[in-house]
Write a protein that binds this ligand. Sequence first.
Ligand SMILES: Nc1ncnc2c1ncn2[C@@H]1O[C@H](COP(=O)(O)OP(=O)(O)O)[C@@H](O)[C@H]1O
Ligand SMILES: [Mg+2]
Length: 362
Amino acid sequence: MPVRFEGWESGSRDLHPIFQMNLPEGALLEAIRRSITKLVGEDDVTILRVTGGNQIGRNRFSLVDDHTSGVVETQESLADLLSYPDTEELFRDLVSKYALSSGVSGIQPKVILEASERGTASIGRYIVKSWGGEYPQLAANEFFCMTAAMRAGLPVPEFHLSENGGLFVMKRFDIAEDGQSMGFEDLCSLQALGTAQKYSSTYERVARSIKDFVSPEYVQKAREQFFASLVLSCIVRNGDAHLKNYGVLYEHAGSLVSLAPIYDVVTTTAYIPKDVPALSLAGSKKWWPPKRLEQFAMAHLALPVGRITQIREEVVEAVADTRKMLAVYAGETPDFRNVGGAMLAAWEDGLRQYSCPPDRSS
Ligand SMILES: Nc1ncnc2c1ncn2[C@@H]1O[C@H](COP(=O)(O)OP(=O)(O)O)[C@@H](O)[C@H]1O
Ligand SMILES: [Mg+2]
């Protein structure tokens, strides 16, 4: 969408994908609607106007004569967020304070805020995610999946699980050390699709977008990262690796573009036992046999067989290790026992499927 004086017309009543990208969904959207409808309206443009000053990435949206920054000046303490005994009450409070300045997408209840960091004088910017009755214990679920990603050597943002398991807190990767906002675009927006189409694509097209948008210097790394994340999603049975859960990151217009770190990996079969992958590969959505993933990695990511096998082994080992931690936590945490048990079983299936040599399992 090159800069020009003339306007752009989309030909549809929907907002252009880049404007839709960070529109709050789910619980956060409801919270925002509740607090603004009486004042201004509830269409997408209004939501964009309200949250547009504080968005993931470096785009900001405002009315021409509106000069308020949209950034809330208050701060939380990270240590308090992680140790507060009543997370429901805490999260309600956070929503009432930060919902209107949280330009962040996703179905799970969440807000963006600033917090002072433990043992330092510095301030970090965080996304705080909670969960509702539909997806119990989602924070612990995500925490263990992200731990497996980290142990597999994948880039992940700093992340925490609150002491009572009520919140998953992660540091924003779209803000550089010096506080500058970095550019971020999710693959939904890069494929010029609206949020409603986030499941309507293929991993082949994701591979294509990586080639098209990631700088040549970083393409190899991005391809390996994407393949490892795909293997991870298959093993931990994450059926939500859709277009909004991948993105690219860059410092400013014209600088090098890399694949954003891993985020939003969850064992979805703990809630939807028959869940399948979010996007199709080789024409189907199923937990593909390792041989199929290998063919995909060779044909669409140009990875050599030796590297493919190595990545798969690294991810298998990381999930197997993390599974032990998960078993201990499930044993010690009665509220997590059901979801934890379902996760352990799902991971065991995944490990069994992806541990076998590729040439015996097509
Ligand atoms: N650590 C992070 N830093 C910056 N942006 C993030 C980070 N994690 C997620 N996001 C952005 O926030 C959106 C919602 O987060 P996500 O974890 O995917 O929530 P949900 O489970 O509701 O989909 C993502 O699609 C992405 O745009
Ligand atoms: Mg998501």
